[in-house]
Design a protein around this ligand. Structure first.
Ligand SMILES: Nc1nc2c(ncn2[C@@H]2O[C@@H]3COP(=O)(O)O[C@H]4[C@@H](O)[C@H](n5cnc6c(=O)[nH]c(N)nc65)O[C@@H]4COP(=O)(O)O[C@H]3[C@H]2O)c(=O)[nH]1
Length: 731
């Protein structure tokens, strides 16, 4: 950026009356003395000269404001002095007084640039009035000159700002033609200014946005009512580096009407529009990357489970309306783990990709093949004329797989187990149809794999385990929660390798099944509503432990707890949290509530309100598993959260040198930073990941590299003795 050199933008209008220097030139000393007396005043400094020569010397210093000049001097004629002054550009104002009272003499003096002509022997008041008039004129002239300088400076500053602006700044005439556009347009759109001046704005607007642009570019309103942040795609002149889609950049446009008010505010004439277009192409690209990966599986490019479920929901609505049948297939590649472990992950990934291609080739264009995760795929068959149609497709798939996959020079033979469920026979909801297809798939696996089966209600008996777990969980809660334990995992600041907080993670010591990870019982607790009581237990235990640590001197730490969406359903959540915080004397800003992206998407308005209430109470809010759902940046705008936790899956992929993951983390961290959010990466297991993440501007990290989640006593020892001590370590 250029420096704004030599420009003084400070106001320069004087607040004190200035002293005027007055020079009286007359050969008669008596007259000079009389005039000096007449004109004496504090804001005047009066000097005298008896000859023209002396006067010229004095005037040459150019600090005389007013010259009172007698024309008839002994050495030089007064008019000659005035000629000399014109030649030398002496800026002194001249008041001629002369004993020669002829009109001719007065006219000559005035022609030579005199301000006024006064008769020498006239009324003395005439001289005083003339000098006052001159002083006042000089003052106005000076102020005018100063204002001109200020105006020039401000215009220079304005030009500088407009030219250096990273945004396109333009003015249109009343017909929508450019009458001004700054140089930024050249870099952004590839047009020179000359090419655009006089042209209609539609030349640079993407054809699909013309209608939209008409409102923004024709904006007639001003002030707060004028359009701001209208998203419009502009077209570049040629295929540029910065294009979004074909020759397109995305901008946010703000515009307002321009009015001629010279005839007074009542008679405003519309003159045109001026506005600013900010290039947001990079942000849009990042949003698209994130939106794509939120709905797609990165490895195969297939829809992921969220998109699948969404499409299934839409297909179900249509099937219900039209009275049609639809099918869901759950496909699992047999012994995939074995292939992965024996040949390596790269080969495993390659097999998944090739399998996806082959499976897709067996389907019609309206069918959806999705990857659920790992080696599990699902298929939506939205339009089946009979139950057998799904079986035909499954057979086709099995037949396709008789041919080997050639990967890294080797022949891989893959077989699959396929479970099928049908609407309306096997379920009316997306969840039920997927679950029943899954159950059918497990049945075929149990029967020796490589085949397909349609769901039958008898297959449900295996689900009795779930029923038992449900009642065990209820009992565990009712008996006071002794079977539960909290483990704490440190969160480490990447800047100074200090522990800055911890996440509380629940464990269940099941009396028969042993130690159970939360993934095995939290979903069940959520489905049955027991999560609310479980959440209460977690909060109470975690806060009491945390308060204990604070008392021991570990004060600067944050405690993170997971909150399930069900807990958000209760309107009194903020009060309950605050009550518990108060009971343990823990300040609200030490508690970091982790919520999932799902929560923000479903029932957004209600949840926005809840998040705002929590934030207003001083609590901190983090979004857990960020990037795994539809990470619309809109909700980052609308939800006043503090931090985001980048999901482990991206961190894991960093190890495999997956450039997709790197660019997604980069995109996420750029966006998070622009919203002023703290970024925490989860699941950091290796030094290589730590280094990559540091380069991607992650503030804090959590993962096995620093520590596994630990029981309270071990965590306390970690805080004091580890390589990542607490910032407020008591030791
Ligand atoms: N592979 C790998 N894993 C790592 C690493 N570092 C941490 N982890 C694991 O990643 C999970 C992080 O927690 P989360 O994303 O909040 O995910 C949590 C959270 O969503 C839920 N959860 C745990 N405790 C609670 C709770 O008290 N309430 C609620 N509502 N949910 C909970 O269960 C999920 C799983 O918890 P955990 O099994 O404890 O699993 C924890 C943790 O043990 C690493 O370097 N590598």
């Amino acid at each position: 950026m250029k420096a704004i050199a030599n420009v003084d933008f400070s106001p320069q209008v004087p607040d004190q009356p200035e002293t005027s220097c007055i020079l009286i030139v007359d050969d008669e000393e008596r007259i000079r003395a009389a005039y000096r007396q007449l004109l004496a005043a504090p804001e005047r400094s009066i000097e005298e000269c008896a000859t023209g020569g002396e006067a010229i010397d004095r005037l040459d210093r150019r600090d005389v404001d007013i010259l009172i000049l007698d024309l008839n001097l002994p050495d030089v004629h007064g008019l000659e002095i005035m000629e000399w002054m014109v030649q030398k550009h002496v800026p002194t104002a001249v008041l001629v007084f002369s004993g020669d009272e002829s009109i001719d003499s007065a006219i000559r003096a005035l022609r030579h640039g005199a301000f006024e002509f006064i008769r020498k022997h006239g009324n003395a008041q005439e001289l005083i009035d003339a000098v006052e008039r001159l002083q006042s004129r000089r003052r106005i002239e000076r102020e005018h000159a100063m204002m001109t300088v200020q105006l020039e400076n401000s215009e220079r500053l304005h030009r500088f700002l407009v030219e250096q602006s990273p945004d396109i700044i333009y003015t249109l005439d009343r017909d929508g033609r450019f009458i001004f556009i700054n140089g930024r347009v050249e870099a952004l759109l590839g047009y020179s200014r000359g090419e655009l001046l006089g042209k209609h704005y539609s030349l640079i607007v993407h054809p699909d946005d013309l209608e939209h642009a008409r409102f923004a570019f024709n904006e007639r309103r001003i002030g707060d009512r004028a359009s701001t942040n209208v998203e419009i795609r502009l077209q570049t002149k040629t295929q540029g580096v910065r294009h979004f889609e074909n020759r397109t950049i995305v901008t946010i446009l703000s515009a307002q009407g321009l009015y001629d008010t010279t005839d007074g505010p009542a008679t405003q004439h519309f003159m045109g529009t001026s506005g600013v277009a900010r290039d947001i192409t990079d942000r849009k690209k990042a949003e698209e990357t994130i939106a794509f990966q939120a709905f797609h599986d990165l490895l195969t490019g297939l829809p992921n489970r969220i998109l699948f479920k969404d499409r299934l929901g839409v297909a179900l609505t249509q099937a219900k309306r039209k009275g049609k049948r639809l099918g869901v297939m759950f496909i699992d590649i047999d012994r995939f783990k074995l292939i992965n472990d024996s040949y390596g992950h790269h080969e495993g990934d390659e097999l998944l990709k090739r399998f996806a291609e082959r499976a897709r080739s067996c389907l019609r264009s309206g069918d959806t093949l999705a990857r659920q995760g790992g080696d599990e795929f699902t298929v939506l068959l939205p339009d089946l004329s009979s139950a057998e149609d799904a079986a035909v497709i499954a057979e086709k798939l099995l037949a396709e797989l008789k041919l080997p996959f050639k990967i890294a020079g080797l022949d891989f033979f893959a077989t699959v187990s396929v479970g099928i469920s049908l609407y309306p026979e096997d379920g009316e909801s997306a969840e039920l149809l997927i679950r029943n297809a899954d159950i059918a798939m497990y049945q075929i696996k149990g029967r020796g794999k490589n085949g397909y089966l349609q769901f039958t209600p008898e297959m449900h008996s295996g689900h009795s385990l779930r029923i038992t777990l449900e009642s065990d969980l209820r009992l565990a809660l009712e008996s006071g929660g002794d079977q539960f334990e909290l483990h704490y995992q440190p969160q480490v600041s990447h800047r100074d390798a200090r522990t800055v907080g911890m996440e509380a993670l629940i464990r269940w010591h099941h009396p028969r099944l042993g130690l159970m990870a939360p993934d095995t019982f939290i979903p069940l607790a959520e489905e049955t509503g027991m999560i609310v009581a479980l959440g209460e237990w977690v909060l109470e235990r975690a806060l009491s432990q945390f308060a204990d640590w604070r008392e021991k001197g570990f004060t600067g730490l944050q405690l993170a707890v997971n909150l399930s969406p069900k807990e958000f359903d209760r309107a009194d959540l903020p009060e309950r949290l605050l009550r518990r915080l108060e009971a343990h004397a823990v300040p609200p800003d030490a508690l970091d509530v982790e919520i999932t992206e799902n929560l923000l998407m479903k029932d957004a308005e209600k949840n926005i309100d809840m998040v705002k209430q929590l934030r207003n109470s001083g609590l901190r809010i983090s979004i857990d598993d960020f990037g795994t759902r539809y990470s619309s940046l809109n909700y980052l705008r609308r939800f006043p959260i503090n931090s985001i936790k980048i999901d482990q899956s991206f961190v894991r992929d960093l190890n495999a040198g997956n450039s997709n993951s790197t660019s997604i983390i980069h995109a996420i961290s750029c966006i998070a930073r622009s919203f002023g959010l703290r970024i925490l990466a989860e699941g950091v297991e290796t030094e290589a990941q730590r280094q990559l993440l540091s380069g991607l501007a992650c503030d804090d990290m959590q993962g096995y590299l620093f520590s596994q989640p630990l029981p309270a006593a071990e965590f306390e020892a970690f805080l004091t003795s580890s390589a990542f001590p607490s910032r407020t370590s008591v030791n």
